[in-house]
Design a protein around this ligand. Structure first.
Ligand SMILES: Nc1ncnc2c1ncn2[C@@H]1O[C@H](COP(=O)(O)OP(=O)(O)OP(=O)(O)O)[C@@H](O)[C@H]1O
Ligand SMILES: [Mg+2]
Length: 468
């Protein structure tokens, strides 16, 4: 122990200067001035002596090196040693360097963050100059509001994507997952959903994406909506800590807007890369894997994050979360897909076979479910959709039979109707990012099916979805 540390683990006046610097992101009263020294260094983590009695799991510490102050997260605490994962890879760490407790990591968003692109630490990366901080600093590891104080989710909205508005319509405050293998169309569908006009604010977390895709997503697809959007970006080449923090920072910004009464859309692309980042951090700190290499902490962090989305207390707004989940090798039952499906209020399944047929967005209408659809449909629409699903099912289950010429027209009136109508329905569902968002999917369907032909009667859409 050097003279900078006092015998009780407190710090000298010289070190309190470092503590002040480290407190840049922390509320001053949260920074209890305790310090320790680096004992061992390994790839991915280092250990510190003298801090174990003073820190909690998930808190941040600041390490001073020749190149400045660096942050790290406490990932394991033992009686004598604290394990820390540095936020920046390649940080120069030396044995006996001083490390100071910093407390929870906090950000202070304001409305002026809209239109900006930031990193997981809340720092601007768009070259448009500094961003001002708001008056309230929020911990990025906040808990979800108590369930009994939250408003109910019951107001439907239109996304503009016909396949969703018809078959799996959504409500404000809902949490929806988009499940697909790699390259099937998750990010493209998310970019189409980000243009929904209903929301006051949009917060986007791009986790582990390729750098090229980030600018494309932000500049090409958001367009006008960028004015009300905050984008939080941690690309694939950034440290696992930064990738792990991006959705947490984005969620915290969304919660800030929600508490100010806004209806917020939160998009996370992708939650699987968030889970991969947690796995990397956990593996580096020695946490054992329990399912397909994933440690137990992944399965506690996922619900902790997703539970925070949803409606706030009375008098506040909502956070509608739409997240993408990469299903490894198109296996929809891999551990991350499985555990997130149970937490969410709905899932949209994208099929590679539909993408290969050029049926974009490749949404499988029969496998996709919105658990709040009944609150967004009128009773007539609900009846119609159940009829449409029956027709699509009939059409698909007889596909092979019809291909080998095993069906004679006229033998089954229901199948005859399906053969006539389903290709038209599939055409209505086709949409590319360049197409105008559909203001009324039911009206589009009615036009395509030529209402009045006596085959299928599509009920008119009320101007606003009813809250039931
Ligand atoms: N709605 C659509 N209309 C036209 N083409 C589309 C559509 N959706 C996806 N595509 C095509 O599929 C390609 C891959 O889509 P996208 O990048 O969205 O997939 P992804 O599932 O996000 O991939 P990854 O797993 O690599 O992140 C796009 O480059 C585009 O060519
Ligand atoms: Mg993608």
């Amino acid at each position: 122990m050097t003279s900078e540390l006092l015998p009780d683990g407190g710090i000298s006046p010289k070190l309190s200067q470092l503590a002040d610097l480290a407190g840049r992101y922390a509320r001053p009263d949260a920074l209890v001035a305790h310090g320790g020294h680096v004992r061992t260094i390994a790839a991915g983590h280092y250990t510190v002596s003298g801090l174990s009695r003073h820190v909690r799991l998930g808190e941040f510490v600041a390490h001073r090196s020749a190149t400045g102050i660096h942050l790290g997260e406490v990932v394991r605490v033992e009686p004598e040693l604290t394990y820390v994962c540095p936020i920046e890879p390649g940080e120069p760490i030396g044995i006996h360097d001083t490390v100071i407790r910093k407390g929870a990591f906090r950000v202070a968003p304001t409305d002026s963050w809209c239109g900006r692109t930031i990193n997981s630490l809340g720092e601007p990366i768009d070259g448009l100059g500094p961003i001002p901080n708001g008056s309230i600093r929020r911990s990025i590891s906040n808990s979800a509001p108590p369930s009994m104080t939250r408003r109910r989710v019951e107001t439907g909205f239109r996304t503009g994507v016909r396949a969703i508005d018809l078959f799996s319509p959504l409500c404000l405050g809902q949490r929806l997952g988009i499940f697909a293998g790699s390259g099937v169309g998750k990010s493209t569908l998310l970019s189409m959903l980000a243009r929904a006009g209903t929301f006051d604010k949009v917060v986007i977390a791009l986790v582990g994406e390729r750098g090229r895709e980030v600018r494309e997503f932000i500049e090409d697809t958001l367009g006008e909506n960028m004015r009300k959007t905050v984008a939080v970006v941690a690309t694939s080449d950034e440290s696992p800590m930064l990738r792990k923090m991006a959705p947490l920072t984005a969620m915290t910004i969304a919660e800030h807007f929600r508490d100010n009464g806004d209806n917020v859309l939160l998009i996370v692309d992708s939650v699987t890369r968030f889970a991969h980042a947690i796995r990397e951090v956990a593996t580096a700190s020695g946490e054992p894997p329990i399912a397909r290499g994933y440690p137990a902490s992944v399965f506690t962090e996922l619900p902790r994050l997703l539970e925070r989305a949803g409606p706030g207390a009375e008098g506040t707004g909502t956070v509608t979360a739409i997240i993408s989940i990469l299903v490894d090798g198109d296996n929809h039952n891999d551990p991350i897909a499985d555990s997130t499906r149970g937490i969410l209020d709905g899932h949209i399944v994208l099929q590679r076979s539909l993408a290969e047929e050029g049926r974009y967005p490749p949404i499988d209408p029969l496998a996709s479910i919105s658990r709040l659809a009944r609150k967004a449909w009128t009773p007539d629409q609900e009846k119609l959709v159940s009829r449409l699903k029956a027709l699509v099912h009939r059409y698909e289950e007889t596909r092979d039979l019809r291909l080998i010429g095993g069906y004679r027209q006229g033998s089954d009136p229901d199948l005859d109707m399906a053969i006539k109508q389903v290709p038209i329905i599939y055409d209505v569902l086709k949409q590319t990012p360049g197409d105008r968002p559909s203001p009324d999917a039911f009206a589009d369907l009615a036009t395509a099916l030529k209402t009045g032909s006596g085959l299928i009667n599509v009920p008119a859409q009320p101007a606003v979805h009813p809250a039931r």
